[in-house]
Design a protein around this ligand. Structure first.
Ligand code: FE
Ligand code: CA
Length: 525
């Protein structure tokens, strides 16, 4: 295993602030190349916006004229201008600033456009030397005190580059959405085995990645996709990671395979993965030193006026290691699974989530997180089995979240999930052992954008023993498009005709569900 060293630590805090907040270059402490020359357009990875507030937007780009070979930039700071306008032709400019793109951050930029008006459309563009980026569009959140009529958003996850084309993003880009929520597995660190795992449509350009250079090239490969770029340029994104941004099924300090990586090797790998994730996402928070490593604050709350608030979670960085597993993560019960101290969120994030579930003017709570939340019992073996990597591996903490929803915001909460590459609509009961009892909220697990699924038959074989499941489909890739209005949450499950065709695949709504405010439980629409 190799590491390229951890460059972030060479930067001073002042440099972080200047680079990420877009402050004046007048006091920049280093030499900045102001008229760089590029062989090709350096904005090869597109532009993005994210982590919106009612008055600000995080903008993103990365200079990479040779994206698949480390970026192709000289090892020096480069001056980059960005402008924000209120029209698509960039003629009514409200922000015109210059920032430094630094080699330590792979010449990525995360300027925060501040002083914006709530619920307003903005367009933005970067330029460096004589080159210009594509123009991106974004929209600020409504003012916290406002009462917007609706919010339109889509969510997705799991986009293995080798296993399917990114056509769903073309349709998302055409949907005129307020937000796109990405629930993780934005990249895959590993390689598909065509013999064991079936058809691939295009290939990773390297084997499993471990180093900063490896992760950077992997993000660059994924971000070279034009449909992914168009969806990033269409609206603001909320992003949190799952496992494959680091290592399959990792948990805080623990890799999937402890026998393949020492704790130190995994720590080095995780630092590289955190840095590369930061460098390629429109994130508001910079990684900070914590506990001998780094913490990247991904969880956050995004209020859409008084209509809805999105609670974006991180279910990887703070969780207890999986228990009672021998190889496969679907396994028989063991007593450790029920230990009350086992955590998926970590104490701080859980308390933050629970305190934020207070009913606010009757609005909706959208808990956007990675792995299957509700219980699913596999009954094909000699005894019941559960997936230890999902919330079924952390049942005591799950119950604390369910109890908080039941006491604070029943009938106005929906939990989103990804990770398992299929659609699953499920009632979350106040007591999972008494399915006849009260329903507290609905779980809407979305399918993968492109990653194949291997669990469909196994899940289907146990459906009759899981009456909490209202709908299941394991045959389609796609995404979920949602509209939230005052009294109804609507979800359209979007089915892609095929992930294997690069251009002429079609999208249709395979099933729709609504949740009516005050009446927990999803209804087929
Ligand atoms: Fe996945
Ligand atoms: Ca996953």
């Amino acid at each position: 295993m190799t590491s390229d060293g951890f460059d972030l630590r060479r930067l001073t805090r002042r440099q972080f602030v200047m680079a990420t907040a877009g402050l004046s270059l007048a006091h920049w402490p280093r030499q900045v190349s102001s008229q760089p020359r590029f062989q090709t357009n350096p904005f090869s990875l597109g532009v993005a916006s994210g982590a919106p507030s009612s008055t600000s937007l995080v903008l993103w780009t990365r200079l990479a004229p040779s994206p698949l070979e480390g970026g192709g930039m000289p090892p020096e700071d480069v001056r980059v201008r960005y402008r924000v306008a209120t029209d698509a032709r960039m003629s009514h400019v409200v922000i015109d600033e210059t920032v430094a793109a630094m080699p330590e951050l792979a010449h990525s930029l995360h300027p925060i456009a501040v002083g914006l008006k709530p619920a307003t459309d903005y367009w933005y563009q970067f330029s460096a030397g004589n080159e210009e980026s594509p123009i991106g569009h974004s929209r600020t959140l409504p003012a916290p005190s406002s009462r917007p009529a609706r919010v339109d958003f889509a969510y997705t996850s799991c986009q293995h580059y080798e296993q399917g084309y990114y056509l769903p993003y073309r349709f998302m880009a055409e949907d005129d959405l307020d937000l796109i929520v990405h629930l993780g597995d934005y990249i895959y660190e590993n390689k598909t085995s065509p013999l064991a795992e079936g058809r691939i449509v295009r290939q990773h350009d390297s084997d499993e990645v471990f180093s900063l250079a490896g992760y950077r090239n992997r993000y660059a490969l994924y971000k070279s996709d034009p449909h992914l770029q168009s969806a990033h340029a269409a609206c603001a994104w909320l992003t949190s990671w799952d496992d494959h941004e680091v290592n399959n099924n990792w948990a805080s300090a623990y890799p999937q395979d402890p026998h393949r990586q020492t704790p130190t090797e995994f720590l080095v790998r995780k630092l590289a993965a955190i840095q590369a994730y930061y460098e390629h996402m429109p994130l508001r928070h910079f990684p900070v030193a914590a506990g001998g490593g780094l913490d990247l604050r991904l969880y956050g709350r995004y209020p859409f006026g008084s209509l809805a608030q999105f609670h974006l979670l991180d279910t990887r960085q703070y969780r207890s290691d999986q228990v009672c597993t021998t190889g496969d993560y679907i396994n028989l019960d063991c007593t450790e699974r029920h230990a009350p101290e086992r955590t998926m969120l970590g104490t701080r994030q859980r308390e933050w989530l629970v305190s934020g579930l207070e009913p606010f003017a009757g609005g909706w709570n959208v808990i956007a997180q990675q792995v299957w939340f509700g219980r699913y019992t596999f009954t094909g073996g000699s005894a019941p089995e559960h997936n230890r990597d999902a919330w079924d591996g952390y049942p005591q903490e799950r119950q604390r979240v369910v109890d908080a929803v039941a006491s604070r915001a029943p009938g106005s909460s929906v939990v989103l999930a990804g990770d398992w590459h299929n659609f699953c609509v499920r009632d979350i009961h106040e007591n999972p052992d008494v399915p006849e009892g009260g329903v507290v909220m609905t779980e809407l697990a979305g399918t993968s954008l492109s990653s194949r699924t291997s669990r469909t038959a196994q899940i289907q074989a146990s459906l009759a023993d899981n009456p909490q499941v209202r709908f299941f489909d394991g045959d389609h890739r796609g995404y979920v498009r949602c509209r939230i209005e005052r009294d109804v949450f609507r979800a359209d499950l979007q089915f892609l005709s095929s992930p294997f065709t690069p251009v002429d695949a079609t999208m249709r709504t395979g099933a729709s569900f609504v949740v009516e405010r005050g009446r927990p439980g999803a209804l087929r629409a």
